[in-house]
Design a protein. Structure first.
Length: 366
C-alpha cells in the first residue's frame, strides 16, 4: 500500500483504492480534489517550493504514484485515463514553474523585488539633545576666548565639592545644596555643582588656568516643571596674575552677546557665594519682551543667568595657590535655563524623559 503525502492522505494501490484508479469516474473525482489542493498550496519561498515539488512531482510524489498505478488499468481505459493523468501532471508542473519563476525573480518572500524606481527607505537620523546643543555652543564661545574644557567626577568627596570651596561642614550655605550620598561610602556624594573641577584643576598647580567645566550636577530637590534633582552646569575659571573684576565683566559680556545677540543688556547684582569675594549675579535683559516685562521674566524685564565673582583668597590657599601673587574670577550657570529660553521649552522634565517626539524637533538645530 502506498500512502501519498497530501493534507488529506489519498490511498491508492493494492486494495480498495486501486479500484478508484481503475475507474474513470473516481479518478477524475480524485484528480479534482488533488487539483484543489494544489491550487491552495501556498508557495511563498524556496522552502515551500521544494516541499511542493517533493509532494507532487518528486520520485515518490503524487504524480509518479498515480502513473505507476496505470499498469493495472484495463487496456480499453488506459488512453482516456492516461490523458487525464497527463493533464493533471501539466497542472502540477505549471503551478511549480510559475511559483519558481516568481521566487527566482525576487517577487517571493525570500528575496524582495528590486524596484529601482521606488524611493529608498529613509534612514532615521538621530539628533543632538538640546542640552548638548546649548553646551556645545557655550563651549565654542569660550574657546574663542582661549578657554579649554576640563572634566571631573560626578561622584565626589566632601573636600572638593564643599570644604575646599570655603563651605566647611555646618556652613549655612550648604543648605541650598542638599544632595545625595553614597550609602556604602557616606564620604562620597553626588556633586552639587561643577565647582569641584575648579578645585581639582587648581590643585594641579599649573598656572595660569583658563578653563570651562561643563557637566551634570545633582541636588536633593522636588521635581517640578522648573526644578529637577539633576541638571547641567558650565562653570568657568580664570586664574593668573592681575586678573580683575573688569576682566570678569568683559568676558561675560562678550559671552552673552555671542549667545543671545548683540542687543542684549547685562546687569550685575551684588550677591554672596562662599567661594568668591566679591560675588555677583548677572542678569540679562529678557529677550522675549525686550526688557518690557512678561511672564517669563516675571514682569521685571531681566533674567537671572549666572553667578560669578573673584575667587576667594581662602579657596586659592586651599589649593596651594598664593593669593598675593595670583587672582582670578569664576562663574557658574545652569544649561537648562538658557536652553528653555532659546527653544521655548516650558517644562524641565522634558529634557530627561527621552521622548522621541520631543527630541526629534531638534534634528538639524544648532
Ligand atoms: N556653584 C554655584 C552654584 O552652583 C554657581 C557659581 C557661582 C559658580 C559663582 C562659580 C561662581 O564659580 O563664581 O550655585
Amino acid at each position: 500500500m502506498i500512502l501519498i503525502q497530501t493534507s488529506t492522505p489519498i490511498l491508492i494501490s493494492q486494495s480498495v483504492e486501486t479500484r478508484y484508479l481503475c475507474n474513470m469516474n473516481s479518478l477524475s473525482t480524485q484528480i479534482e480534489s488533488l487539483k484543489k489542493e494544489i491550487a491552495s498550496f501556498s508557495i511563498q519561498n524556496a522552502k515551500e517550493l521544494e516541499a511542493f515539488r517533493i509532494q507532487f512531482l518528486g520520485t515518490k510524489g503524487v504524480v509518479k504514484n498515480l502513473m505507476a498505478e496505470m499498469k493495472q488499468v484495463p487496456p480499453e481505459e488506459k488512453r482516456a485515463m492516461g490523458q487525464l493523468l497527463n493533464e493533471f501532471k501539466i497542472f502540477a508542473e505549471e503551478k511549480y514553474n510559475t511559483a519558481k519563476e516568481q521566487i527566482d525573480d525576487g517577487s517571493g518572500d525570500d528575496k524582495p523585488a528590486m524596484d529601482f524606481s521606488l524611493p529608498g527607505n529613509a534612514l532615521l537620523s538621530g539628533s543632538r539633545h538640546p542640552i548638548s546643543l546649548m553646551r556645545n555652543r557655550i563651549v565654542e564661545i569660550f574657546q574663542h576666548l582661549g578657554f579649554s574644557v576640563a572634566d571631573g567626577p560626578e561622584i565626589e568627596d566632601d573636600w572638593h565639592n564643599f570644604t575646599a570651596l570655603n563651605l566647611p561642614e555646618n556652613h549655612p550655605a550648604r543648605d541650598m545644596q542638599d544632595t545625595f550620598y553614597v550609602q556604602q561610602e557616606p564620604a562620597w556624594l553626588l556633586r552639587t555643582h561643577t565647582s569641584n573641577v575648579q578645585i581639582r584643576e587648581m590643585e594641579k598647580g599649573k598656572l595660569p588656568i583658563r578653563m570651562i567645566m561643563p557637566g551634570r550636577v545633582y541636588r536633593n530637590e522636588t521635581i517640578s516643571a522648573r526644578s529637577h534633582c539633576f541638571f547641567h552646569q558650565i562653570e568657568g575659571l580664570y586664574i593668573d596674575e592681575q586678573v580683575s573684576f573688569a576682566d570678569l565683566k568683559q568676558t561675560l559680556y562678550f559671552f552673552v552677546r555671542e549667545l543671545f545677540g548683540q542687543n542684549v543688556k547685562v546687569r550685575f547684582r551684588p550677591s554672596y557665594f562662599p567661594f568668591t569675594e566679591p560675588s555677583a549675579e548677572m542678569d540679562i535683559s529678557c529677550m522675549l519682551c525686550e526688557g518690557k516685562g512678561c511672564s517669563v521674566c516675571k514682569k521685571t524685564g531681566w533674567l537671572e543667568i549666572l553667578g560669578c565673582g573673584m575667587v576667594h583668597p581662602k579657596v586659592l590657599e586651599n589649593c596651594g595657590i598664593d593669593p598675593q601673587k595670583y587672582s582670578g574670577f569664576a562663574f557658574g550657570m545652569g544649561i537648562e535655563r538658557p536652553t528653555m529660553l532659546k527653544y521655548g521649552i516650558k517644562d524641565i522634565r522634558l529634557f530627561s524623559e527621552n521622548d522621541v517626539r520631543f527630541l526629534q524637533q531638534f534634528t538639524g538645530a544648532y
